[in-house]
Design a protein around this ligand. Structure first.
Ligand code: F6P
Length: 366
C-alpha cells in the first residue's frame, strides 16, 4: 500500500503484440481520465521507449474508437528489457543494465504509477522495477495463455478462433486432394493454441510441447487415415512441439530479445518426414502472425476492458506490485512476484486431453 494520491499514471505495452491491447489501454484511460481526473502518459514501444525516454500524454481522442482495433496505439517491443538492454558497442551489440534510466524517466515525468501490459517477460521486468521502488501494476496479455496466475490471458481467444478457422478451411482442400495437411501454430513452450484449436477444428493429430511425440505413432495414424473415408489427415502442431528423441526446432536466436529464442520450423520438419516415410502428399501451413493480427474477439475485448478498469482501481487504491488476474468468473489480482513463479502448461493428464483422446485425437504418444 502507498498512501500518496495517484495523479499521473504511465501505461505501456511490452513484448509481442496481441489482440486486445488497445481495449486495455481504453479500459485504463477512460475511468482514469473521466472518473478520477488522472493524467495518462502513454510510453512508446514498451520498455524500449521507457529506457529511451519516449512518451506522450494521452487525450480522449487517442482512445476513442479503439476497442476493436488490433495492435497497440503505443507500439511495443520485445527487445527492451531494461536489465538486459542491447546497445551498440565497439565490438558490436553489448548487453547492459539500463534500469536506472527507467527510474530516471519515471521520476522526471512525475509518474505515480505504471500499468505494464505484457506477458511473462514484462511481468519479470515489472517485478524487478517494483523491487526498485517503482509503483507498478501488471496486466497479463499473450496469445500463448501461459501465465499460471490467471485462468486466461486476453488475446488467446482471438488466436484460438483464427487457428480454428484455418483448420476448418484446411479440411475441405485436404479432403479434395486426399492429402496430409500439417498446420503449425504459435504458443512457445505451451500447447494451448494447438490443443484447443486442434480440438475445435477436428484435427486428427495434435502435437504439443507437453507431450513428446513418437514418429512411428504419427506415421501409423496418417497411413491408416489415408486408406479410409475421404483419405486425408490434419496434423495440428504447436511450434514448441518435439519428437521424443529430438530438440525443439528453432528459427533463430537473437540476444537482443527478452526471450532470445524464436521458434519455427517444426511443421515443415514433420511434413518432410511424413512424405519421406509414407509417400503421402503433404502440405504445410504456418499460421504465424495472422494469429496475433486484426480485431480481438468479443470475449477478448470484454476481458481486456475488465483488466484495464481493474488495474485503475488498484492504482487509485495504491495497491501496487500486483497483476490483475481472472479467477473463475471474477477479475481479481495477485502479487506480481507470485505471478511469475510458474508457467502455465497444458496438464498432460488433464480433462481437456482426456476429452480429446475420447473423440479419437492422437497426440503422437500412443
Ligand atoms: O509470445 C507470443 C508469440 O506470438 C509466440 O507465440 C511466438 O513464438 C512469438 O511471440 C513470436 O515472436 P515474434 O513476433 O518476435 O516473431
Amino acid at each position: 500500500m502507498n498512501n500518496k494520491k495517484v495523479k499521473r499514471i504511465g501505461i505501456l505495452t511490452g513484448g509481442g503484440d496481441c489482440p486486445g491491447l488497445n481495449a486495455v489501454i481504453r479500459g485504463v484511460a477512460k475511468p482514469a481520465m473521466n472518473d478520477h481526473g488522472l493524467t495518462v502518459v502513454g510510453i512508446e514501444d514498451g520498455f524500449e521507449g521507457f529506457v529511451e525516454g519516449r512518451m506522450r500524454e494521452l487525450t480522449r481522442d487517442d482512445i476513442a474508437g479503439i476497442i476493436g482495433l488490433g495492435g497497440t496505439i503505443l507500439g511495443t517491443s520485445n527487445k527492451g528489457d531494461p536489465y538486459h538492454y542491447p546497445v551498440e558497442g565497439l565490438n558490436g551489440i553489448e548487453i547492459v543494465d539500463a534500469s536506472t534510466r527507467v527510474a530516471k524517466h519515471y521520476k522526471g515525468w512525475g509518474l505515480d504509477c505504471i500499468i505494464a501490459i505484457g506477458g511473462d517477460g514484462t511481468m519479470h521486468i515489472s517485478n524487478k522495477l517494483a523491487e526498485m521502488g517503482i509503483n507498478i501494476i501488471g496486466v497479463p496479455k499473450t496469445i500463448d495463455n501461459d501465465l499460471d496466475a490467471t485462468d486466461q490471458t486476453f488475446g488467446f481467444d482471438t488466436a484460438l478462433s483464427i487457428a480454428t478457422e484455418a483448420i476448418d478451411r484446411l479440411h475441405t482442400t485436404a479432403s479434395a486432394h486426399h492429402r496430409v495437411m500439417v498446420i503449425e501454430v504459435m504458443g512457445r513452450y505451451a500447447g494451448w493454441i494447438a490443443l484447443q484449436a486442434g480440438l475445435a477444428g477436428g484435427a486428427d493429430v495434435i502435437l504439443i510441447p507437453e507431450i513428446s511425440f513418437k514418429w512411428d505413432v504419427v506415421m501409423r495414424r496418417v497411413i491408416e487415415r489415408s486408406t479410409r473415408g475421404n483419405r486425408y489427415s490434419i496434423v495440428c502442431v504447436a511450434e514448441g512441439a518435439k519428437a521424443a528423441d529430438e530438440e525443439i526446432v528453432i528459427k533463430e536466436t537473437d540476444i537482443k530479445r527478452t526471450d532470445p529464442i524464436r521458434f519455427g520450423g517444426i511443421g515443415e520438419h514433420i511434413s518432410r518426414r511424413i512424405t519421406q516415410e509414407t509417400g503421402l502428399e503433404t502440405r504445410t501451413t504456418i499460421l504465424g502472425h495472422l494469429q496475433r493480427g486484426g480485431s480481438p474477439t468479443a470475449y477478448d475485448r470484454v476481458l481486456a476492458t475488465r483488466y484495464g478498469t481493474k488495474a485503475v482501481e488498484l492504482a487509485v487504491k495504491g495497491e501496487f506490485g500486483r497483476m490483475v488476474s481472472l479467477k473463475g468468473v471474477h477479475v481479481t489480482s495477485v502479487a506480481i512476484k507470485d505471478a511469475i513463479s510458474k508457467q502455465r502448461l497444458v496438464p498432460v493428464s488433464g480433462e481437456i486431453i482426456t476429452s480429446a483422446r475420447n473423440v479419437g485425437t492422437n497426440f503422437g504418444d500412443e
